[in-house]
Each structure stands twice: as C-alpha cells, then as structure tokens.
Design a protein around this ligand. Structure first.
Ligand code: SF4
Length: 651
C-alpha cells in the first residue's frame, strides 16, 4: 500500500464495553470513493450499525472524523464532524464544528475515532505519546463543558478536547458536543449518544505528521483564496443593515448573490451580521413561524443590530486554518464573564422567534447552553413551543409549576431554559425537543411542535427561500439549514467550475422561486453533493460561500492526495455519499416521505402580512424531482437496490 497523502489511511475503533482499542487500515479505494470526514463516517456507520439499533444503546457507533484537507495547508478546512444514529430522528445523525479539534484527530494518526458499546463508568479517551487509553472521568462528570475542558487541559497540557456538558450526561435529545470552550457540534442529539455511552470527553495530544502530495501547489491555491478573503472594503454601519434587508423585501427581483458580499459582512461582524437583514427580507421565522417581519420590525429587532455584538467583542476567534475569523469572544454581564460571540441562529432563536428584545439575556443563554452542551436552535424552538402551547391553553400553570408564560418575557424564558438544562419540571419535557414534548402532552400540541422527523428546523424561513424547504425535508439529516438553499447555490457559483450543473444569470424574479420548475431540484441536488464533498474535505460552509473559483476545494483535494480527479468526479463522489446516507436511513426504518417540513413552514395557511405574505411552497413536487434526479424512486425516495449494493460494496 502506498503512503497516504492528505488522509491518514486509518481509523481508531474504541469498544467502550470491553475497553479494547484497535486501529484499522482503510483502503485507498474507500477514500477515493467517499473522501474522509462525513463520507468516511457514512461508509463506516452504514456497514456497522445494525438495522433497528437503539440510538442510546450498545450498538450505536459514535464517530469523530476530521476532513481530508485538514492540516494540508489549505484554508477554511478545519471542520470536524460527529456522526452516529440520531436519537432525535432515528436516522442519520451528524453535527459539524470548527475550532481547533479537527487537526488533533489526524495528529493521532487516524482520520476518525469511533466508539461502540457502553462503558460501565464515566470515562474519557486520551491519546498522546504514550498511546491511546481510556481513563476515568469521575472527576469531570457533572461539570459543564467549559469546566470539564479546563480541568482536562490542566491534566493534559497541549491536548485538544471535545466533551459533553450536563445536557449530554442527562441524555437530553437536543444536546451536542463542545470544543474550544463552548463551540458546539450541536445538531442531531449526538451529545445524548455520547452521554449514553458514559463517554465524557476525547483528549487528543497526538503528534503525527500529515503528509501532502504537493505542498507548493497547496500554498499556491491558498494564496489565491486568501487574496479574496483579504478584500475587505468599508461597509455600512450595523443599523443600516435593516434598510438593506427592507429593500431586498420590496424589490420584485433578486440580484444573484456573490458570496464575496457575505464574506465582507462575516469578517466585519460574524453571522450576527444577518440579525436585522434576515428579519426584513423574510429569512427569519418569527414567533414560532406564526409571525412575520411585520411583527418584528426595525425597532423591535434593533436591540440585536450587529454592532451591538461587536461592541462586546474582546477578541476575534478563528477556527484552525481560517483566515476570515467570523467568531469572537465577548465579555458579558452577570454570571459568566465571557462567551463565544452568539451566532445568528442563537440570536434569532432567543430573539424574534420568541419575541424577546433583551440581548443581555441572549448572551447569558448562549453561554449557559454552550456550557450545558445544548443546541440553541432546538432550545429556542422548545421555548416557543411552550409559549404557544400556553397561549392556546394546551399547557397550563399545572405544567409550569404555577408560572404563567408570556411571549418575550425575559424571566419566563430564563426559567424555561434553566429548567431544560437542569431537566427539572417542564424543562425535563422540553429537553428532548418539541416532538417528544408534544407526544407526551397530546395531539393538540403536535400541530405546534415544528420539526422535521424530530429535528427542529433552523432560523431560515422556507417561505422566503423554498430551497430551505427542500433541504429541510430531503436531507438524510433533515431540518438543517447547513444542507442547502437557493441562496447557497448562488454563492457557491458552482457552474463556473463544474460541468452540467444549473447556471444562474445576474438576476431573477422572486416569483420564479415559487413556480413548478425542475431547476429547483437540480439546484438542490448540486447543493447536496457539493456539500458532501466539502464535508468530506472538512471545509467550512462560509468558506464555500466565497465561490468555487476562489476557494479551490477540488484542486486542493488533488494537490493534497495526488489524485487527478475532475470536479465532475468529485461531484460523483458527493452523490455516492448521499446514497449511503439515504440507504442508512432506510436500513434504520425511516420513511423519507415522513421527514417533510411542517405545513406552517410552507405557507399553509398562507401568511397575510409581512415579507412572506401570500407565499406557499410546493415542496412535495420538489422532493419527488430531487429524488428522481438522484435516480431514486420518485414516490418513495428510495435508491434502487442495485445502486445501494454497488456503492456499499466498495471496500
Ligand atoms: S469562517 Fe467562521 S466558522 Fe468558518 S472556519 Fe472561519 S471562523 Fe470558523
């Protein structure tokens, strides 16, 4: 076997029941077919998690994978991913995070670390000069994610840590895995899987070298990319972002977005740059998807205008190999001295989505939930769900321990979130997400519980961008804003690099987004397969938005590995990964049709005011078209047996 370049060519398999730790070689053919990262994980988990496995049981396998490009000299490629059978959806589970943990996996000499079985007592995995071993986690069990990481780094200086907080330990189904003191791989409920395995943390301090085929070429490509990142002309002040959004709402046409504009905003403010623009243009769901931009206009959303966040920022935060640095550390008032700068998703989830104007509260909840290791999108949904249930008399003071709930009331919000973290009273019900909460309250609550197969959708309105409706519904990990949207495709500018994908002109009419047209599904397919390539490479979505001719993922992959694949070859690999993930869900008994986004998110009933007034989305046709374009059954979303067997037989 030739020495692997770019990837490490091995995985580590840890059996928590027996304590056995083994390293396995993975054939180059697997990397050439699925890349590393999420693709490698799909290959491992599809074969090794048996049908009907209990997500919180012995048979589930939890994988931590690094990207193929991580550590190779490329930029924006320091993402790591946690994968497993999701206890929220019962299907493919994945969560993606930046920070500094991704290269630490590869420096242990492997592309992924997988855990099966259940440890009898709390443990953590330590990998360093002395090898890999399980150590007792009794001293850190019960600590929040920041406390646990601090304690583990004190004991193992120079290590990088991924760990769960109290939410994962208590098996909250909306819990994730934290690194870098509060950056969360939040979605799919995989923190609960880690907790169910009695695995508190991974502590990695390996020193293996990451080999690269052509380092000079990697540098050359990185220089091109960095040139675009450094292009940073002055931009409008934060309060002016709202009028820009309002203009986007009023105009009947849309200028096809060049992601360079979003890059400028990301570099200036981070994702909070969208706090007001998104509300005005109809991208932000308001009041549990019932409200609109008319209910959360300029003066209400002004409390979260972007400059408000940068004023509290004491330093920028860059993930590994990222020249942009959309993150930051912010000082806060009250219980916690600082927090990672809240993301747009968090600000909206605890802002307009629950009608809260108190931004200090958002900073507090951000840190509280990051430390607990709880997904802020799902937690915001749970609060909105409780408030709407209370408003409609579906839950009463009997459920809340005597407290009346009111939309936007800071004390009520704090009460509910703290109760969720503690799994106390109504918080215990909400800590497993809105689907489980509704199931236990009763049928009236189920119409208010807005989720896709158990996963609460993100803070991007599918009535404004029907591409979100499609990806919330068809992705094997449904309900996720990171999977794709019409807007993302515009920014990827894939047609400038890949043959056979839809081309976009400089502008289009907004009404075209709602017309029956196979174009939407073609864009959706291209989004899905390109994202699989990026997730195999360990690339950041925001890097991808700079555009495929500026962030040269395909060329970096060839430069790192020595392969000579065309962009179209890589897109074929991305399509193979999508088949494996879909087949994984079908193997676990998930019906793809049941993952469809709820009616309220589709404009059923139609909104009568605000940015999305009068809009409905025909997601069913888009779903069928999308499945058909992959060569799957148009009605059921199932790939043919021949397709699955062909891809699954690669070893
Ligand atoms: S753009 Fe932001 S999220 Fe992406 S790698 Fe850079 S710092 Fe991390």
């Amino acid at each position: 076997m030739t020495t692997p370049k770019g990837y490490m060519g091995k995985i580590m398999m840890v059996d928590l029941t027996t304590g056995a730790i083994e390293t396995e070689k993975i054939s180059p053919k697997v990397y050439q077919s699925f890349l590393s990262g999420m693709g490698l994980a799909a290959h491992i988990l599809y074969h090794r998690i048996p049908a009907g496995a209990d997500p919180l049981g012995q048979e589930n396998i939890l994988g931590f994978v690094s990207g193929l490009l991580t550590g190779t000299g490329s930029l924006f490629t320091g993402r790591w991913m946690v994968t497993g059978l999701s206890p929220l959806t019962g299907g493919w589970g994945e969560a993606n995070c930046g920070g500094s943990f991704s290269p630490a996996i590869k420096r242990c000499g492997v592309d992924g670390i997988f855990f099966k079985g259940i440890s009898e007592k709390p443990v953590y995995l330590c990998v360093d000069d002395q090898g890999a071993r399980l150590e007792t986690a009794e001293a850190v069990w019960g600590k929040d994610a920041v406390e646990a990481e601090t304690a583990l780094i004190e004991k193992h200086p120079n290590a990088r840590v991924a760990c769960i907080g109290q939410a994962g330990e208590k098996r909250s189904l909306i819990s994730g895995v934290s690194t870098d003191k509060g950056r969360l791989a939040a979605r799919s409920g995989l923190g609960a899987v880690m907790g169910s395995k009695n695995l508190k943390a991974l502590v990695l301090a390996g020193k293996k070298r990451i080999r690269v085929h052509n380092r000079e070429e990697m540098k050359r490509l990185s220089k091109i990319c960095n040139k675009w990142v450094q292009f940073q002309p002055p931009f409008v002040p934060g309060w002016l972002t709202a009028p820009v959004g309002a203009l986007m709402r009023i105009l009947p046409f849309v200028a096809t977005q060049d992601g360079l504009l979003y890059k400028i905003m990301l570099r200036k403010w981070g994702t909070v740059s969208m706090n007001q623009i998104s509300v005005e243009m109809g991208d932000s769901p308001i009041k549990n998807w019932m409200g609109s931009s008319a209910d959360w206009g300029f003066f209400k959303s002004f409390s979260s205008q972007p400059d408000r966040f940068t004023r509290q920022e004491t330093e920028k935060f860059h993930c590994y190999s990222c020249p942009l640095g959309c993150g930051g550390i912010c000082k806060t008032k009250g219980r916690f001295p600082e927090t990672h700068k809240p993301e747009y998703e968090t600000v909206l989830s605890f802002g307009g989505f629950i009608m809260n104007k108190d931004v200090d509260l958002i900073f507090y909840l951000n840190e509280l939930l990051n430390r607990a290791g709880m997904d802020t999108i799902s937690a915001g949904h749970a609060v909105a769900f409780a408030m709407e249930c209370y408003e409609k008399g579906i839950i009463t003071t009997g459920h809340t321990g005597g407290r009346a709930l009111e939309w936007g009331d800071p004390d009520d919000i704090k009460f509910l979130v703290e109760a969720m973290v503690a799994r106390d009273g109504i918080g215990d019900l909400l800590a497993d997400g809105v689907k489980r909460a509704a199931e236990s309250i009763g049928p009236e609550a189920e119409a208010i519980a807005l989720h896709c197969a158990g996963q609460e959708p993100a803070m991007h309105d599918s009535r404004n961008d029907p591409g979100f409706a499609l990806h919330y519904s068809v992705d094997p990990a449904p309900g996720r804003h990171t999977n794709g949207a019409g807007l993302y495709y515009e920014m990827y500018q894939l047609w400038k690099k890949v043959k056979g994908v839809p081309k976009m002109g400089p502008a289009y009419m907004k009404s075209s987004k709602y017309k029956k047209d196979i174009h939407h599904a073609r864009v959706g397919k291209a989004n899905s397969v390109y994202l699989n390539v990026m997730n195999g490479a360990g690339a950041c979505l925001f890097g991808g938005f700079i555009g495929a001719t500026r962030i040269r993922i395909f060329d970096w992959l060839n430069g790192a590995t020595g392969w000579q694949f065309t962009p179209e070859d890589y897109m074929e690999i991305g399509a193979n990964i999508q088949v494996l993930k879909q087949a994984f869900n079908i193997k676990q008994g998930l019906d793809p049709k049941t993952c469809r986004v709820p009616d309220r998110l589709l404009g059923r009933p139609v909104q009568t005011r605000g940015a999305n007034k009068g809009r409905t989305v025909d997601v069913e046709t888009m779903m069928k078209d999308y499945w058909e374009l992959f060569g799957w059954d148009r009605e059921t979303g199932r790939p043919t047996e021949e397709t699955v067997n062909r891809i699954a037989s690669i070893a």
